[in-house]
Design a protein around this ligand. Structure first.
Ligand code: GRF
Length: 201
Protein backbone atom coordinates (compact mmCIF):
# COMPACT_ATOMS: atom_id res chain seq x y z
CA UNK A 1 0.00 0.00 0.00
CA UNK A 2 1.32 3.46 -0.93
CA UNK A 3 1.46 5.80 2.05
CA UNK A 4 0.11 9.20 1.13
CA UNK A 5 2.05 12.19 2.31
CA UNK A 6 -0.29 15.16 2.25
CA UNK A 7 1.14 18.59 1.78
CA UNK A 8 -1.43 20.94 3.26
CA UNK A 9 -1.31 24.34 1.59
CA UNK A 10 -2.91 27.65 2.42
CA UNK A 11 -3.36 30.26 -0.33
CA UNK A 12 -3.03 33.99 0.46
CA UNK A 13 -4.60 36.30 -2.12
CA UNK A 14 -5.70 39.93 -2.25
CA UNK A 15 -7.41 40.39 -5.59
CA UNK A 16 -8.82 38.77 -8.66
CA UNK A 17 -7.80 35.24 -7.70
CA UNK A 18 -7.09 33.68 -11.09
CA UNK A 19 -4.01 31.88 -9.74
CA UNK A 20 -5.82 30.75 -6.59
CA UNK A 21 -8.74 29.43 -8.65
CA UNK A 22 -6.40 27.68 -11.07
CA UNK A 23 -4.54 25.92 -8.23
CA UNK A 24 -7.84 24.93 -6.61
CA UNK A 25 -9.09 23.50 -9.91
CA UNK A 26 -5.93 21.47 -10.45
CA UNK A 27 -5.21 20.26 -6.92
CA UNK A 28 -8.75 20.12 -5.51
CA UNK A 29 -11.64 20.08 -7.98
CA UNK A 30 -10.01 18.05 -10.78
CA UNK A 31 -7.56 16.27 -8.53
CA UNK A 32 -8.99 12.76 -9.07
CA UNK A 33 -5.85 11.02 -10.29
CA UNK A 34 -3.37 13.14 -8.39
CA UNK A 35 -5.06 12.24 -5.11
CA UNK A 36 -3.78 8.69 -5.48
CA UNK A 37 -0.20 9.90 -5.97
CA UNK A 38 2.26 9.02 -3.23
CA UNK A 39 2.42 12.65 -2.26
CA UNK A 40 -0.49 14.93 -2.87
CA UNK A 41 -1.09 18.62 -2.56
CA UNK A 42 -4.10 19.60 -0.52
CA UNK A 43 -5.53 23.13 -0.63
CA UNK A 44 -6.67 23.40 2.99
CA UNK A 45 -7.75 27.04 3.21
CA UNK A 46 -7.69 30.44 1.53
CA UNK A 47 -7.04 33.76 3.27
CA UNK A 48 -7.63 37.22 1.85
CA UNK A 49 -6.69 40.50 3.50
CA UNK A 50 -9.31 42.40 1.44
CA UNK A 51 -12.93 41.86 2.45
CA UNK A 52 -14.33 42.64 -1.01
CA UNK A 53 -11.62 40.90 -3.03
CA UNK A 54 -13.21 38.91 -5.89
CA UNK A 55 -11.10 35.89 -4.88
CA UNK A 56 -13.24 35.36 -1.75
CA UNK A 57 -16.52 34.95 -3.62
CA UNK A 58 -14.93 33.00 -6.45
CA UNK A 59 -13.43 30.39 -4.12
CA UNK A 60 -16.69 30.10 -2.16
CA UNK A 61 -18.53 29.32 -5.41
CA UNK A 62 -15.88 27.08 -7.01
CA UNK A 63 -14.97 25.11 -3.88
CA UNK A 64 -17.50 25.56 -1.07
CA UNK A 65 -15.70 22.91 0.99
CA UNK A 66 -12.50 24.99 1.22
CA UNK A 67 -12.64 27.36 4.18
CA UNK A 68 -12.09 31.01 3.21
CA UNK A 69 -11.02 33.56 5.77
CA UNK A 70 -10.92 37.34 5.65
CA UNK A 71 -8.19 38.75 7.88
CA UNK A 72 -7.86 42.54 7.66
CA UNK A 73 -4.43 43.80 6.65
CA UNK A 74 -4.72 47.09 4.82
CA UNK A 75 -2.06 49.06 6.65
CA UNK A 76 1.14 48.08 8.44
CA UNK A 77 -0.58 48.62 11.80
CA UNK A 78 -2.76 45.57 11.11
CA UNK A 79 0.11 43.24 10.25
CA UNK A 80 0.68 41.91 13.75
CA UNK A 81 -2.97 40.91 14.14
CA UNK A 82 -3.03 39.44 10.61
CA UNK A 83 0.04 37.29 11.18
CA UNK A 84 -1.13 36.13 14.62
CA UNK A 85 -4.49 35.01 13.23
CA UNK A 86 -2.84 33.49 10.17
CA UNK A 87 -0.54 31.46 12.41
CA UNK A 88 -3.48 30.04 14.31
CA UNK A 89 -5.13 28.99 11.00
CA UNK A 90 -1.80 27.45 9.93
CA UNK A 91 -1.68 25.43 13.16
CA UNK A 92 -5.35 24.44 12.99
CA UNK A 93 -5.06 23.07 9.43
CA UNK A 94 -1.58 21.61 9.90
CA UNK A 95 -0.25 23.70 7.01
CA UNK A 96 3.09 22.75 5.41
CA UNK A 97 3.17 25.35 2.65
CA UNK A 98 1.99 28.96 2.28
CA UNK A 99 1.22 29.90 -1.32
CA UNK A 100 1.12 33.61 -2.16
CA UNK A 101 -1.10 34.18 -5.19
CA UNK A 102 -1.45 37.89 -5.76
CA UNK A 103 -1.06 38.64 -2.05
CA UNK A 104 -0.39 42.37 -2.08
CA UNK A 105 1.04 42.80 1.41
CA UNK A 106 4.50 42.31 2.85
CA UNK A 107 4.94 39.72 5.57
CA UNK A 108 7.21 40.61 8.48
CA UNK A 109 10.81 39.40 8.63
CA UNK A 110 9.90 37.44 11.77
CA UNK A 111 7.01 35.65 10.07
CA UNK A 112 9.03 34.87 6.94
CA UNK A 113 11.97 33.56 8.99
CA UNK A 114 9.67 31.36 11.04
CA UNK A 115 8.35 29.72 7.87
CA UNK A 116 11.69 29.49 6.07
CA UNK A 117 11.33 27.71 2.68
CA UNK A 118 7.63 27.20 3.38
CA UNK A 119 6.35 30.37 1.69
CA UNK A 120 6.21 30.47 -2.11
CA UNK A 121 5.36 33.41 -4.37
CA UNK A 122 4.70 34.00 -8.05
CA UNK A 123 5.92 37.20 -9.65
CA UNK A 124 5.05 38.41 -13.17
CA UNK A 125 8.58 39.13 -14.42
CA UNK A 126 11.92 37.41 -14.80
CA UNK A 127 13.38 38.26 -11.40
CA UNK A 128 15.59 40.01 -10.48
CA UNK A 129 14.25 42.29 -13.24
CA UNK A 130 11.16 44.37 -12.49
CA UNK A 131 10.65 43.66 -8.79
CA UNK A 132 7.69 45.12 -6.95
CA UNK A 133 4.27 46.29 -8.10
CA UNK A 134 3.15 46.67 -11.73
CA UNK A 135 5.92 44.44 -13.02
CA UNK A 136 4.11 43.62 -16.28
CA UNK A 137 3.61 47.31 -17.10
CA UNK A 138 7.17 48.18 -16.08
CA UNK A 139 8.59 45.53 -18.43
CA UNK A 140 6.25 46.64 -21.24
CA UNK A 141 7.05 50.34 -20.76
CA UNK A 142 10.79 49.61 -20.64
CA UNK A 143 10.53 47.95 -24.02
CA UNK A 144 12.19 44.63 -23.18
CA UNK A 145 11.71 41.95 -25.83
CA UNK A 146 11.44 39.14 -23.31
CA UNK A 147 9.83 39.10 -19.90
CA UNK A 148 8.25 36.21 -18.04
CA UNK A 149 7.16 34.67 -14.77
CA UNK A 150 9.10 33.58 -11.69
CA UNK A 151 8.11 31.24 -8.88
CA UNK A 152 10.37 31.67 -5.88
CA UNK A 153 10.73 31.06 -2.17
CA UNK A 154 9.88 34.08 -0.04
CA UNK A 155 12.68 35.60 2.02
CA UNK A 156 12.60 38.80 4.11
CA UNK A 157 13.80 40.86 1.14
CA UNK A 158 10.86 41.37 -1.25
CA UNK A 159 10.96 39.49 -4.59
CA UNK A 160 14.47 38.26 -3.88
CA UNK A 161 14.22 34.65 -2.65
CA UNK A 162 15.70 31.57 -4.36
CA UNK A 163 14.11 30.89 -7.74
CA UNK A 164 12.15 27.63 -8.07
CA UNK A 165 11.33 28.05 -11.73
CA UNK A 166 11.05 30.69 -14.42
CA UNK A 167 9.53 30.83 -17.88
CA UNK A 168 10.08 33.39 -20.60
CA UNK A 169 7.29 35.29 -22.35
CA UNK A 170 8.26 37.02 -25.61
CA UNK A 171 6.90 40.51 -26.21
CA UNK A 172 5.94 40.71 -29.87
CA UNK A 173 5.85 43.95 -31.89
CA UNK A 174 2.05 43.91 -31.95
CA UNK A 175 1.59 43.19 -28.23
CA UNK A 176 -0.25 45.76 -26.15
CA UNK A 177 -0.13 45.91 -22.38
CA UNK A 178 -3.45 44.05 -22.35
CA UNK A 179 -2.28 41.20 -24.61
CA UNK A 180 0.95 40.94 -22.63
CA UNK A 181 -1.00 40.69 -19.38
CA UNK A 182 -3.04 37.84 -20.85
CA UNK A 183 0.11 36.03 -21.97
CA UNK A 184 1.73 36.48 -18.55
CA UNK A 185 -1.37 35.20 -16.72
CA UNK A 186 -1.58 32.18 -19.05
CA UNK A 187 2.03 31.40 -18.26
CA UNK A 188 1.41 31.86 -14.52
CA UNK A 189 -1.39 29.33 -14.69
CA UNK A 190 1.03 26.78 -16.18
CA UNK A 191 4.12 27.49 -14.13
CA UNK A 192 2.65 27.74 -10.59
CA UNK A 193 1.12 24.27 -10.47
CA UNK A 194 4.22 22.90 -12.23
CA UNK A 195 6.46 24.47 -9.60
CA UNK A 196 4.44 22.98 -6.74
CA UNK A 197 4.50 19.55 -8.37
CA UNK A 198 8.26 19.89 -8.84
CA UNK A 199 8.71 20.58 -5.12
CA UNK A 200 6.21 18.16 -3.62
CA UNK A 201 5.33 15.36 -6.04
C1 GRF B 1 -0.30 37.80 -10.69
O1 GRF B 1 0.17 38.49 -11.82
C2 GRF B 1 0.84 37.38 -9.82
O2 GRF B 1 2.02 37.08 -10.52
C3 GRF B 1 1.07 38.61 -8.97
O3 GRF B 1 -0.23 39.10 -8.72
C4 GRF B 1 -1.11 38.71 -9.78
C5 GRF B 1 -2.28 38.02 -9.18
O4 GRF B 1 -3.27 37.73 -10.13
N1 GRF B 1 1.81 38.30 -7.77
P1 GRF B 1 -4.52 36.85 -9.68
O5 GRF B 1 -5.19 37.55 -8.51
O6 GRF B 1 -4.04 35.49 -9.31
O7 GRF B 1 -5.42 36.84 -10.89
Amino acid sequence: MIMQKKINCIILASGNGSNALNLIRIFHTDAGEDKSAACSINISAVVSNIEKAPVIEKVRIAAPDIPVFFLPYASVSEREYFEKELESIIRKYNINCIILAGFMRILSKEFVSKFHKKIINIHPSLLPAFKGKDAIKSAFDYGVKYTGVTVHYVTPEVDAGPVICQEVVKIEENDTLETLELKIHDMEHKIYPAALKKIFI
